[in-house]
Design a protein around this ligand. Sequence first.
Ligand SMILES: Cc1cc2nc3c(=O)[nH]c(=O)nc-3n(C[C@H](O)[C@H](O)[C@H](O)COP(=O)(O)O)c2cc1C
Length: 342
Amino acid sequence: MGPISNRYTELVGIEHPIVQEGLGPFKTARLAAAVSDAGGLGTVSMPGMPDDLKEGARTFRAHIEECASLTDKPFAVNIPVGVDGDGKVMPFTDVYIDTVFAARAADEGLARQLKVLTTSAGYPGGYVQRIHDAGMISQHKVGATRQALKAQEAGVDAIIASGFEMGGHAPSKAVHTYVLVPNVTQAVDVPVVLSGGARDGRTLAAALCLGADAVAMGTRFIATEDNADWHPNYTQALINAREGDDVAFDGVYGPCRGLRNKASESLLHTDATVHSAVELTRWKIQQMQLAQTEGDVENGLVLAGQVASAIADVVRVAEFLPAMAEEAAGILRSLAAPVTLA
Ligand SMILES: Cc1cc2nc3c(=O)[nH]c(=O)nc-3n(C[C@H](O)[C@H](O)[C@H](O)COP(=O)(O)O)c2cc1C
């Protein structure tokens, strides 16, 4: 047991209340295994939306199996409920959810480890029962209190509340973590995970003070030795980033935060009448992959949160994660000591 255990660590069976959240459309099998091995909850990310979804499903399953082969601890998968311009759920969501169920059905050991299915983006109501029927924990990411209440009503077991400073697809209502998380923790009864801006023991302690049960990080985990599947230029771009070097542009489903560069600037001035929505979506995903696989951090989209401005080093998850939990516990202990007022 780690220095901070609570209803969330018990629910998902982890040592420290620290989650590495989905970082699609990129590969995070090794990173997820390292986070789970260190006592947190690692997440295998969805691999994008290729034209050939059968190929996408094969890639996703291979990533899931790779993660399971590298750790014997619990881990999660993230699958956005992608919704198109007409409000219809995009086909990849069902394909990837079925892929998870098939991988678990084929391997009992993997099924015991792959316990958590995190949905994000659109409403998860159509999936919660299926996730439970498969014997999994349903966790859903929201960017507004109204969405948190709807997710709780739909029966999810835990909620990730993500503020506007987060990397990747951000809440359309643009509510920041410091406002959103206490609103959500006050409104719902299920465990809440803070996401957006967390980076160390101080931010974990602050999350617990805001009523959250855990933190989920994306950007901090990119700059780790364990994230060897990504091009080193991506990590270097995060380390170089300063306050104000990020921007929210129009992503695949709503606003998306990344570093300000040629690619993201071009999206701020895109004339939507010139490109079809399908072409533009394909281009955005290609540019994300260009940054991650080829390291072109100028013409590629470098998804990252505002917290990139605070990241100055590449850390090893096995040391970083338990130290973060210890730091948070130390801060909370010192705050609990008697306060002397002048
Ligand atoms: C490169 C990158 C890719 C992301 N991809 C996804 C994704 O596929 N699905 C999702 O739900 N969230 C995605 N996110 C959001 C993260 O899961 C997480 O909520 C966010 O990074 C937390 O904020 P932080 O970056 O300040 O830690 C992504 C974030 C980044 C930085």
